[in-house]
Design a protein around this ligand. Structure first.
Ligand code: DGJ
Length: 371
């Protein structure tokens, strides 16, 4: 009898141990770029093409929720949100913006909804989410910007509208811009100018994108336009929900995607990529003294093995890091188009050398890098 009881207790004990091993989620103390990155439930984080907003002691990571297989690159659920105190360990906060079951909705289930970025508007006290939207069944033809709003960081976000920005409006040019650099729709000088003029009446194409809030609280929407040939940087209205009509064109005709903007010591920096679908290509960076340019092309910020392909990734966001002022994390996606949910995250520290950006590969690193 005694033996049988002790056997039962031993089995229960071993069972509990095994169970707790399954439930207990490892705590991360480092970033391991390209490896599976589990959330508090032990599931690989599902927030691709993402961005981060900081609010009241927590970081919120928003990104595309992908599913298994090639269909996974379409929006079957919406925008996923995670929260974290330390940037290593992330809690699943669920779907912040849901796609609609109504097939007539702009954000109908199965549409393409990419690169969501959330910013907080101090004046309206609202969280505002912008994203690249492609209407259901239309491939990448719609090229619209979508916007949604929420009272809480985690949402739920309410979809407001989607459109092509700046219809009927010509770009802003800094004083002294030579006429030869200005787009002339009577006689477009190149392919990209031609696309700009074609789209002038209905609004400019808006694909890969980010949103940047400057120190004065003004927000800017930066997006690949003109059939991905040229970037636009466009001012948003004080409520961050529309475009004011003031915008510039950057690196005309050079096909820049995946823009990520940040500011350090009064200088604006932008990292982007070339345009090769889901396949990686060399990153590129730019700098400017004024947000409205001129933006100077500076080459590839990545160095070392793999730098010619951004280490297999594509930029999505640059995050001001905790620690020493002026520390920034480069966030990139390593896409897996055949099984989208398996996409990986490459987070790497940005280094500054004589005002030049440098991004090096690291298998494992942590925030002590910035001390
Ligand atoms: C590259 C973009 O950066 C991604 O966001 C996505 O739009 C793919 N192209 C689609 O091919």
């Amino acid at each position: 009898m005694y033996n049988r009881l002790s056997l039962i207790f031993s089995l229960i004990f071993i069972g509990c141990l095994a169970g707790s091993r399954v439930v207990a989620q490892e705590t991360y103390q480092d970033f391991t770029p390209g490896k599976i990155w589990k959330d508090n439930n032990g599931i690989h984080i599902n927030a691709h093409g993402g961005g981060i907003v900081y609010s009241k002691g927590l970081y919120y990571w928003f990104g595309e929720h992908k599913i298994e297989g090639e269909k996974g690159n379409t929006a079957q659920l919406g925008v996923h949100c995670y929260s974290s105190k330390d940037l290593y360990n992330w809690k699943d906060e669920g779907i912040a913006l849901s796609v609609s079951e109504d097939l007539k909705s702009d954000i109908a289930k199965g549409c393409i909804l990419e690169r969501p970025k959330v910013v907080y508007n101090k004046k309206t006290k609202k969280f505002v989410m912008w994203f690249h939207l492609e209407l259901l069944g239309k491939g990448y033809a719609a090229a619209r910007a979508g916007v949604a709003i929420a009272d809480k960081a985690t949402g739920p976000y309410t979809f407001i509208k989607s459109y092509r920005p700046n219809a009927g409006i010509m770009p802003f040019y800094a004083v002294g811009t030579p006429d030869a650099e200005k787009v002339n729709c009577e006689k477009p000088a190149n392919k990209s100018d031609g696309f700009f003029c074609r789209d002038l009446p209905g609004g400019q194409m808006a694909r890969d994108m980010t949103v940047f809030v400057d120190d004065d609280g003004k927000a800017y929407h930066i997006f690949s336009s003109e059939e991905n040939f040229t970037l636009h940087l466009a001012e948003l209205t004080p409520d961050y929900l529309s475009h004011t009509g003031k915008f510039i064109r950057i690196y005309v005709g050079q096909q820049t995607e995946a823009p990520a903007l940040f500011k350090k010591d009064g200088i604006y920096y932008m990292i982007g990529s070339g345009c090769t679908g889901w396949a990686p290509n060399p990153a590129r960076w730019f700098k400017a003294k004024s947000i409205f340019g001129p933006w100077e092309f500076m080459g590839n910020p990545c160095v070392g093995p793999g730098s010619d392909k951004t280490f297999g990734g594509q930029s999505t966001y640059v995050l001001p890091a905790p620690g020493k002022k002026g520390s920034f994390i480069f966030m990139a996606d390593k896409w897996v188009p055949k099984n989208a949910i398996d996409g990986r995250y490459l987070w790497l520290p940005i280094q500054f050398e004589d005002d030049k950006l440098k991004i090096e590969w690291s298998d494992k690193w942590n925030l002590s890098f910035f001390k």
